[in-house]
Write a protein that binds this ligand. Structure first.
Ligand SMILES: Cc1ncc(COP(=O)(O)O)c(C=O)c1O
Length: 392
């Protein structure tokens, strides 16, 4: 059988067996509605409360500050629209960055059509925002700063604590999209000064379609989904109990040995980067060399089409990505790679390899063995590369 190596952990992660085992009874045995007052309902209410507690613990929040949603996208939408609507009498200005996930960017663009004003901060060549530029962008009518914890494409980790402090000093609510950071970096919402934070289960070996929004006590936030009284009347809809239970278990497991998890990923990541650099000329790393997600490798390989590279890798069983999960499939160069200053041509030769808990040293060896000859073969078809080689 052909070898298969999954290296797209930022797109999604495989669910852990322990997580699945925990979830299974909630589909058909313990299936009650948590809002029902009979025992079937009560049991499930307890299960939801347990998961809320499990997740709260991992970020040093109180359990009544965790609100379940249908995933990272909903959490981002809720945080941004929820603050905008709640504070619109105070001001209509929002600050974000140019490299946010589309769940943030498109929400901001939607609000612009509704009369809000949005400043999109630049990033440097590593993908870091500038605190000076942030400070200069703050206005008396700024109500929200939303900057991601870590970028999903290039892995750069933003200076969240400093951003939060600046927001607080100006009385501005601070939201961070931590969908990629959660489970891969330590996060203490109190210590960091975060008001709202989006997380998602399927990036941490939990199920898809379930996420959460951390809402610091006292944060003004309008509901996004109206209906029943679930989630303290702030997010209506019968709870996705199997998903919630799975998220709770996945969260608990992700933080059991966070340091060990990080160390293991960082050593594999750095070995892969180093070995590829030695074997592939005209290749460079996107994102910050150290302020980056433990499992993220994003490289640009010049004189190559990213799509051709992806397909060739897929043919030898390696699953990777040319950009974010959401942008692959489109021919537009990634907005993140554009924002860090790459040209269209270079951006098109980008490859994102993201490693995770089930990645072995042999998997890394396999990429080191397979990728360089693929690059050579594809470059042989590139007239541009021929020119460079010939020195013309
Ligand atoms: C940074 C970031 N935010 C938000 C999302 C959306 O999360 P979900 O897939 O749970 O809706 C993703 C998913 O790729 C992401 O990487």
């Amino acid at each position: 059988m052909r070898k298969k190596v999954y290296l797209d952990y930022s797109a999604t992660t495989p669910m852990k067996k322990e997580v699945l085992d925990e979830m299974l009874p909630f589909f058909n045995v313990q299936f009650g509605n948590p809002s029902s007052i009979h025992s079937f309902g009560r049991d499930n209410k307890t299960a939801v409360a347990k998961a809320r507690e499990q997740i709260a613990k991992t970020i040093n929040a109180a359990s009544d500050e965790i609100f379940f949603t249908a995933g990272g996208s909903e959490s981002d939408n809720w945080a941004i629209k929820g603050v905008a609507y709640a504070l619109k009498e105070k001001g209509k200005h929002i600050i974000t960055s140019k490299i946010e996930h589309h769940a943030v960017l498109h929400t901001c663009q939607y609000l612009e059509k509704e009369g809000f004003e949005v400043t999109y901060l630049n990033v440097d060549a590593y993908g870091l925002i500038s605190l000076e530029e942030l400070k200069a962008a703050i206005r008396p009518d700024t109500i929200l700063i939303t900057i991601m914890f870590a970028n999903n494409e290039i892995g750069t980790v933003e200076p969240v604590k400093e951003i939060a402090a600046m927001a607080k000093a100006h009385g501005i609510t601070f939201h961070t999209d931590a969908v990629q950071a959660y489970g891969n970096l330590p996060i203490d919402v109190k210590e960091l000064g975060i008001d709202l934070m989006s997380i998602s289960a399927h990036k941490v070996y939990g199920p898809k379609g379930i996420g959460a929004l951390y809402v610091k006590k006292g944060t003004k936030l309008h509901p996004l989904i109206h209906g029943g009284a679930q989630e303290k009347k702030r997010r209506a809809g019968t709870e996705n109990v199997p998903g919630i239970v799975g998220f709770g278990k996945a969260a608990e497991m992700a933080f059991e040995d966070l340091e060990g998890h990080m160390e293991s990923l960082i050593s594999k990541r750095d070995r892969l980067i180093q070995e590829l650099k030695e074997r592939i000329p005209f290749m460079h790393l996107n994102g910050h060399p150290t302020k980056r997600l433990p499992g993220n490798v994003n490289i640009c390989i010049q004189f190559i089409e990213g799509e051709a590279l992806l397909l060739s890798l897929d043919m030898v069983g390696i699953a990777s990505s040319s950009g974010s999960a959401c942008t692959s499939g489109s021919l537009d160069p990634s907005h993140v790679l554009m924002a860090i200053g790459l040209t269209h041509e270079v951006a098109h030769g980008s490859l994102r390899i993201t490693i995770g808990d089930f990645t072995t040293d042999e998997d890394i060896d396999y990429v080191i063995q397979q990728l360089p000859p693929i690059v050579d073969r594809l470059r042989q078809m590139s007239p541009l590369f021929e020119k460079v080689k010939g020195g013309n």
